[in-house]
Design a protein around this ligand. Structure first.
Ligand code: KIV
Length: 272
């Protein structure tokens, strides 16, 4: 008897649009390496974001600014090799698209060619529209990112909630409309009031994925290290921890050390 493993139906940008239209919420998580991405894909998470948060959680930088295009491509290609179903979106790193639209296009092309990712994500609104437009004309899908945009942390000065004031909220709404009009397939809204995020999600036809933006949007994204509780020092209000891997890993490493020191590991059945 032969066993048929059916290949899961791949998620596309069109699938996400259909999900919004039919009221199904979109799940998105970050991943930066093969082994994690395999589990995320197996779990049926719709979108894997190769976030520039790799700069923080993988490389230990204070901000997302130092990570390079080649480093993002290394992480993204590892993720792409693991994935059968999820849509893989790759963050364009700081400095790879802000200069001019030609530079933005060549960065996006390099990401798509060398990583095999399916789409790119870019932080910003009206100020980067020309770059987004040029990238879209090359057939590369673009996800927007508004609200708290960590690549601009030195402009904001802090990671507090954005767009609480009316003027900034109005600018964000205008930017979201502009991103939809130019042809972005989705928008991430980070750390803004829930009511504003819901308003944006109702206003645009494309999916709106929130992080710290309440439940009135079309989907949610979290950084995988944060939701697994690997870093026990990062505890923002919006974060739900689905595990406490910091404690579990610490215990495993300490037990291993004790077993090595006592001579308990390896035993006869673990030896040749
Ligand atoms: O880099 C990242 O992980 C992100 C998410 C926080 C949306 O941009």
């Amino acid at each position: 008897m032969s066993v048929h493993h059916s290949t899961p139906k791949k998620i596309t940008t069109h699938t996400l649009l259909e999900m919004k239209q039919s009221g199904q919420k979109i799940s998105m998580l970050t991943a930066y390496d093969y082994s994690m991405a395999r589990i995320v894909d197996e779990a049926g998470i719709d979108v894997i974001l190769v976030g520039d948060s790799a700069s923080n959680v993988m490389a230990g930088h204070q901000t997302t600014l130092p990570i390079t295009l080649d480093q993002m491509i290394y992480h993204a290609s590892s993720v792409v090799r693991a994935v059968e179903r999820s849509l893989v979106v790759v963050d364009m790193p700081f400095g790879s698209y802000q200069g001019n639209s030609k530079e933005a296009l060549s960065s996006a092309i390099k990401i798509m060619k060398e990583s095999g990712g399916h789409a790119v994500k870019m932080e910003g609104g009206s100020e980067i529209l020309e770059s987004i437009q040029r990238i879209l004309t090359a057939g590369i899908p673009v996800m927007g990112h508004l609200g708290l945009t960590p690549q601009s942390i030195y402009k904001f000065g802090t990671y507090v909630v954005r767009a609480k004031e009316e003027q900034e909220a109005e600018r964000l709404i205008a930017d979201a409309k502009a991103l939809e009009k130019v042809g972005c397939f989705a928008i991430v809204l980070e750390k803004i009031p829930a009511a504003l995020a819901q308003k944006v999600a109702q206003m645009v036809q494309i999916p709106v994925i929130g992080i710290g933006a309440g439940g009135g949007v079309d989907g949610q994204v979290l950084v995988i290290h944060d939701m697994l509780g690997i870093n026990n020092e990062f505890n923002p209000r919006f974060l739900r921890k689905y595990n406490n891997l910091h404690a579990q890993m610490l215990q495993a490493f300490e037990t291993y050390k004790a077993d090595v020191q006592s001579g308990d590991f390896p035993n006869d059945s673990e030896s040749y």
